[in-house]
Design a protein around this ligand. Sequence first.
Ligand code: ATP
Length: 707
Amino acid sequence: MSSQRTPLRTRASFTGPISSTPSNQTTVPRASYTELRPPSRTFRTSSPRVGPLSNSQISQSQSRSRPGSALGTIGSSRPSTPSFTRNHEPYTGTITVSIRPNPHSYNPSQSNAWEVDHFSNTITHTGDLSTFSFDNVFPPRIELTNKEVYDKSCSNIVQNFINNGYNGTVFAYGMTGSGKTFSMKGDVGDPGFVELTIDDIFNKIETDKFHKEYEISVNYLEIYNEKVIDLLEVNNVMNSDLKIRDDPIHGTKIVGISNPIITTKDQLLQLIKKGDNNRKTSATDFNARSSRSHSILQIRLSTIDLINKTEQHATLSLCDLAGSERATSNVERRKEGAFINKSLLALSTVISKLSMMSNGNGNSEHIPYRDSKLTRLLQPALSGSSLISILCTIHLGSATLNQSFVAETYNTLRFATRAKDIIITVEKNSTSKLSDSDSFKIIEELKRTIENQNNEITILKLNTNNDSHNTSPSSSEDYPMIDNSRLSDLEAENRILHEKLEHFTRLTDLQKTETVILKNDTLNDILGSGSHSSQMVMANFEEYYKRVNYEIEEYKGYINHLESQLKHAYEQNATMPPHNNNNNNNNELSKFASKHFEAILKDQEEEILQLKEMLKDKDHIIKGLTKSTKLRRLADSNSANISVVSSGSNNDHQSGPKPIVKMASSMTSPTRSNKENERYLREFNISPRKPKATIDISETNGIKFVI
Ligand SMILES: Nc1ncnc2c1ncn2[C@@H]1O[C@H](COP(=O)(O)OP(=O)(O)OP(=O)(O)O)[C@@H](O)[C@H]1O
């Protein structure tokens, strides 16, 4: 993991799709994303939500073919989770909305206010029979783990964040004590969304460790009484009310928030734990440890793909909102409650307006994102920069005993319904190509890290040896153990880094080869001569190859000559007598001569450098040519039993380059024996049954360059 952030060169544009659908799904034009149809809902005549829909309203809503509209009828289309097409076009669809009841406020032996059908993902009020349908409606089972809920409602977004560069936002919404923190943070033996997400991220890092570089940074904040507080730096008074500003890349930014770079999973978990301990919680009427603030954990991931040499940046926000609640007698709680309710109301209003706009009912009116810090921070996500999943936690409650639960659950379901109506178009963050200087920087950084590790390994080994010889009774027995485990960790890490470095250097080298070859007119002429026979292409290649080799030798000789001249000139310069200060004329003359001389030396140095660069380029050409020539030979001799030899002898290059041959009619050679063929095939790691039949200058894996 790099300790230095790669500069963000492109403005992040949000592109992207998701999904639970298999990747072999065919590309569907956006307008016909029928699989993106969101949960449909039946409005029964007694629905207290919006009142019954008239027949004309129902047919109107059914005939409207907006993708992702939540207005449909149960049975006509099952609620579907947003899907992504294979080639990751921008995702257009709805927000994933899931409902999770708190099992503690549900009693199966009593008559409950709500009935859940987790097969059809619906929830029905047992009194007025109004039914709501969502992407997921989970059963009120105590055995239901956070992992099961995460897999269905959240992992899709996390995977698209990790693998495809989409921003993601997940938030838990619901009344106090309904299970938001339980779902996000988890419990003993039942890790929550935050930990499960971190597991997914670090598992991916482990899987891709040989061909990808990841950099993770994190910030963790809470909004308490409309103040933004850095949970990782609570003791800093400067961080007691951070300001939110517009940001061209991320939409909004929090000025001055700490943003540490994370290198290990444990480090991240420790930081989050520290932040959690700093979060404001208190006992309320419904929850002994109620969150009195909204918390937002933001994980930023930069991915460098060492194979494709691209980089990508994405942000995942995990929000645990404070719960709505009724008035309480405690003054402090009342004040907090007022702020919480106000910001939740602002969120609700924003969601409602966005939903109306998505349904074509609202004009493109002002969305009041600035009414609260919460909506201001969620603004980029809600306005289309991010895939969103909302987990609404509810209390099912007994119909007779807990009337307040019933009303709150109604509120939450209404909120969830509006959220489900919102249609978002989210673009994947752009992928930018690493420049040569970026590749160079990465290679240098890897080398530095390896060197530092080597030093540490040496020191640790020395320490361990000293400890084992140390007979002092006061020496702790624990230290050698710590050192040993650190030592083996370091050695393992070091091996991986070495492999990474070799791999990346090889790739950079290959890319350079390809660039040089593509820029080379003569080579392009040869490669582009589609009508020529393979023998002719081969002959031209080989002739060109000899010519380049000859030129290399020439250049080397010339460089040697220049270098010895330079050396001689420097020596002369050093032995020149000092200037005579009394003689002005002489002095001026010698100054002029010296300047002139220096200029010549500089010119020569530059020429040598240029020549060396040219030599490097030619080396790259030779590599590419050697490979393609051998592959071509192999393919020809294996498939058509055609063997080609160069038209000149080994001494040809001594007599200078020849013009590139135009026809290969005179080229014949003894057919290579089977044994020889096998040797070649082994050398190129190619299966004898499937010889390469095309000239492929881009394939390197497993192929040794022989010059
Ligand atoms: N699905 C669940 N399974 C088991 N226990 C749960 C579940 N959901 C919530 N609980 C328990 O219910 C209590 C309240 O949950 P939690 O603190 O997560 O609520 P909350 O919605 O975050 O409340 P607040 O808004 O007040 O912070 C906790 O004791 C928690 O362990």
